[in-house]
Design a protein around this ligand. Structure first.
Ligand SMILES: O=P(O)(O)O[C@H]1O[C@H](CO)[C@@H](O)[C@H]1O
Ligand SMILES: O=c1cc[nH]c(=O)[nH]1
Length: 237
């Protein structure tokens, strides 16, 4: 049992999918996993373990933002020995050629998070995803005929950004905005674990276009299948 997760050691698989929204974790458990048990209800941050194609896989919400995901992934790795962590989230596109409903695989995550500044001081650390998980998910997407974009995303501390640095980030090739991946990548390296983020574009920051909740669900399902099929070879390693 850890401070924020009410599970026993062994209740959580070594491989986990991490949506921001705990109800999305419930949706994934109910629609994609078999033989499911719920391992966490503390703060309604639901976590489940089940099987997918015969492999034991968990799914748990992380909440929104760097402080929230940092608490959960730290405890998942330190207390429960989780080794493969795949964030499955939504993001806002900031490039003209990235469209609503596109799926993005995050190779790296720039950030304005003070957490990383505090850690690295004057050095600019580059939070990077695990190459083998990235390659596996890219290949799974291709196999399913799904076009994905791979690149740098921006993990913002603010959802409502009054300063508006979006144009500068877009100029330097950042694909989209979200709020957790930089922390996931940074903390996972410390624990020698693999981490990746696969993101569905839910809205376009430049044009204001947004998906309906029904559309989000369909695209989201494709992203989940990519994440689960990419995770299978790593699960129970
Ligand atoms: O859909 P999730 O995974 O929560 O991700 C995105 O959505 C939230 C903001 O609405 C932030 O958590 C952001 O990273
Ligand atoms: O963090 C997020 C998620 C979706 N769209 C945004 O603009 N930001």
């Amino acid at each position: 049992m850890s401070i924020h997760i009410n599970a026993q050691k062994g209740d959580i698989a070594d491989t986990i999918l991490l949506p921001g929204d705990p109800l999305r974790a419930k949706y994934i458990a109910e629609n994609f996993l078999e033989d499911v048990t719920c391992f966490n209800e503390v703060r309604n941050m639901f976590g489940y373990t089940g099987t997918y194609k015969g492999k034991r896989i968990s799914v748990m919400g992380t909440g929104m933002g760097v402080p929230s995901i940092s608490i959960y992934v730290h405890e998942l790795m330190e207390e429960y020995g989780v080794k493969n962590l795949i964030r499955v989230g939504t993001c806002g596109a900031i490039q003209k050629d990235v469209e609503v409903r596109d799926v993005i695989i995050a190779q790296s995550a720039s950030t304005d998070s003070f957490q990383n500044r505090k850690l690295f001081g004057n050095f600019e650390y580059a939070p990077t995803s695990d190459f083998e998980l990235l390659l596996a998910s890219y290949n799974e997407a291709k196999k399913k005929g799904l076009e994905v974009k791979v690149g740098n995303v921006f993990t913002a501390d603010s959802f409502y950004d009054e300063k508006g640095d979006v144009e500068m980030m877009a100029k330097y090739g950042v694909l989209a905005l979200e709020m957790e991946s930089a922390a996931l990548f940074t903390i996972s390296k410390k624990f020698d674990a693999r981490a990746l983020a696969i993101l569905t574009v839910s809205d376009h920051v430049l044009t204001g276009e947004a998906t309906s909740s029904e559309e989000r669900q369909t695209t989201f399902n494709e992203m989940i299948e990519v994440a689960l099929d990419a995770a299978v070879p790593f699960a129970g390693e």
